[in-house]
Design a binder for this molecule. Structure first.
Ligand code: BGC
Ligand code: MG
Length: 561
């Protein structure tokens, strides 16, 4: 069966019929309410997003990951859902969703939604029914219950600034219910076949509308069992395999992208044998990128990438620097975590749970070269990059807002009232716009940056364009080169005949690199930004000097003949 959604979208779309499209994709993550408010109620919405699709197409991104837009009491940014198959009225209607997908496809942009299978809001009708249903009934068993808070003891608490336990007493049920996140988000019981069916129904609903896949929220925690860590259990992988098989047999070219904040060895399990998730976020590499630019030592970064287990042919890592959550430090060693806190969250207000609630630009001290360097690494290391909305402008944050809201403030479109985001009275905005001098929307905004040839936005656009021109960035192998300098990271990305060379100076000082390019004697490095031809590789090592935090992208051209 080919889905109605795919046919409908196909008529207008310029998308290639490519089951591996995500390998070359450049994702853009955005919370709907933060993007553009079309009706002046202070909240971004689908018609607003549709109006801004031209902006995204122009930026060059090829896929949108849209955060949850389902009805929700909004106590966890919309991850606390009361109806997974509906649209929250402030955002629009199902017809708007269809139009959005169609309009995105028309511009060559794919769309993935968030699928939250681990938990619901406690206001979800399933939970309201469960707490009143008899013990042991299928309805009660939609969730995970216990008579004591000692069950599954030893399982870590994730939101440790907010919750003391993963159990909360429910006086109506007369039992404790299990929750890996906020206490108002009870975990679904994926061991209940009915619950599994419900998840497939939710997926079908959006896939039929033509969505290109899902970002799967919190997958390690789907299934819990006594005597285990309740993370990444065989039954959890079974659920993912079933979802994959279901989608594969009904809809062409769809993607499952897993959020699995785990160590490398566990994270790769979510690819399965190529039969679970097509993509998995690379949580292990992310904090090491930040450590590398700060310690000016490439080795820990290089090592974690080199030691990454191989992944199935049809799979791809999802690379990111920042997202809508805190920069998580759960999976780094305690010393590394302390170092990250010491250098990136001196202001303790910036710390939350085991992480740092800051955007990219403030983390990097608003240092333009460091911002460029980090983005150049993001777009040239193996994996498909995911850019967080506003980071292409160098947007700031507001650590004084509650929870992670400081990274979710309105997109800054112009110097107009409310940053051009909304015509509502400013007190009515879902969150205030940023107005601290350094990141004020009067100077950090799309309109200005489009006019200013040296803006970060236009620089990002060129970087994205270059990345798209060279498939070796997206599908190539990686090999690190000796550079004779511990702060100069150098690697080759190769795909068939295409050979790319990346050289990056992590240091704030001028450095040199003496590269071992013996294998490419006679080849000419051509710098991609300026199409500048460098001297051909001769005998011995290849020497170059690099300014502070500078990086070069070259292609290597073979000698003529
Ligand atoms: C989402 C968070 C959310 C949590 C609980 C996460 O993985 O990214 O924003 O708070 O799931 O739903
Ligand atoms: Mg609105």
């Amino acid at each position: 069966m080919s889905s109605g959604g795919a046919l409908e979208a196909g008529a207008l779309s310029i998308l290639e019929d490519d089951p591996l499209w995500y390998k070359d994709a450049i994702f853009y993550e955005l919370p709907l309410r933060a993007f553009y408010d079309s009706n002046g109620d202070g909240v971004g919405d689908f018609p607003g997003l549709i109006e801004k699709l031209d902006y995204l197409q122009d930026l060059g991104i090829t896929a949108i990951w849209l955060l949850p837009f389902y009805p929700s009491p909004m106590r966890d940014g919309g991850y606390d859902i009361v109806d997974h198959r509906a649209v929250s009225p402030e955002y629009g209607t199902q017809a708007h969703v269809r139009r959005f997908i169609r309009e995105a496809h028309r511009r060559g942009i794919r769309v993935i939604f968030d699928l939250v299978a681990n938990h619901t809001s406690d206001r979800h009708p399933w939970f309201q029914r469960a707490r009143r249903a008899p013990r042991g009934s299928v309805w009660r068993d939609y969730y995970v219950w216990s008579d004591t808070p000692d069950r599954f003891s030893g399982v870590r608490v994730i939101f440790q600034d907010f919750e003391e336990s993963n159990w909360t007493w429910d006086p109506v049920a007369g039992q404790y219910y299990w929750h890996r996140f906020y206490h108002h988000q009870p975990d679904l019981n994926l061991l209940n076949p009915r619950v599994q069916k419900e998840i497939l129904r939710i997926a079908d609903h959006w896939l039929r509308m033509g969505v290109d896949g899902f970002r799967l929220d919190a997958v390690p925690y789907l299934v819990e069992k006594d005597g285990t860590t309740c993370e990444g259990l065989p039954e959890t992988h079974e659920v993912l395999r079933r979802l994959h098989a279901h989608i594969d047999s009904h809809y062409p070219n769809r993607l499952l992208l897993a959020e699995a904040n785990q160590r490398p060895i566990d994270a790769v399990n979510y690819f399965g044998q190529g039969d679970e998730c097509h993509m998995v976020f690379n949580f292990p590499v992310m904090p090491r990128l930040f450590l590398a630019v700060r310690t000016e030592d490439k080795l820990p970064l290089q090592r974690v990438i080199e030691e990454m287990p191989p992944i199935p042919e049809n799979c791809q890592w999802g690379m990111f620097l920042r997202n809508h959550d805190e920069l998580t430090l759960e999976m780094v060693d305690p010393e590394e975590r302390q170092l990250m806190w010491d250098v990136y969250a001196v202001d303790t207000e910036a710390r939350i749970n085991l992480g740092i609630r800051r955007r990219l630009a403030p983390l990097l001290g608003n240092h333009r070269r460091r911002i460029e360097l980090m983005n150049a690494l993001l777009l040239s290391l193996p994996g498909s990059p995911v850019i967080y909305y506003g980071d292409e402008l160098g947007m700031g944050d507001n650590v004084y807002l509650d929870d992670r809201n400081g990274l979710r403030t309105p997109m800054q479109w112009s110097a107009d009232r409310n940053a051009g985001f909304s015509r509502a009275p400013s007190q009515r905005l879902y969150l205030p716009v940023l107005n601290q001098p350094e990141y004020h929307y009067g100077s950090v905004n799309v309109e200005l940056q489009l006019r200013h040839p040296h803006s970060l936005l236009l620089w990002m656009k060129r970087l994205i364009g270059l990345r798209r021109r060279y498939p070796a960035f997206s599908r190539g192998d990686i090999r690190f080169l000796d550079s004779e300098t511990y702060s100069v990271l150098a690697y080759l990305r190769t795909l068939g005949e295409q050979v790319l060379l990346v050289v990056a100076n992590l240091s704030r000082y001028v450095r040199y690199a003496n590269l071992d390019l013996a294998q490419y004697r006679g080849w000419t490095p051509v710098e991609l930004y300026g199409e500048t031809r460098f001297p051909a590789v001769a005998e011995g090592r290849y020497f170059m000097s690099l300014g502070p935090h500078s990086f070069y992208w070259f292609r290597l051209e073979p000698p003529p003949g």
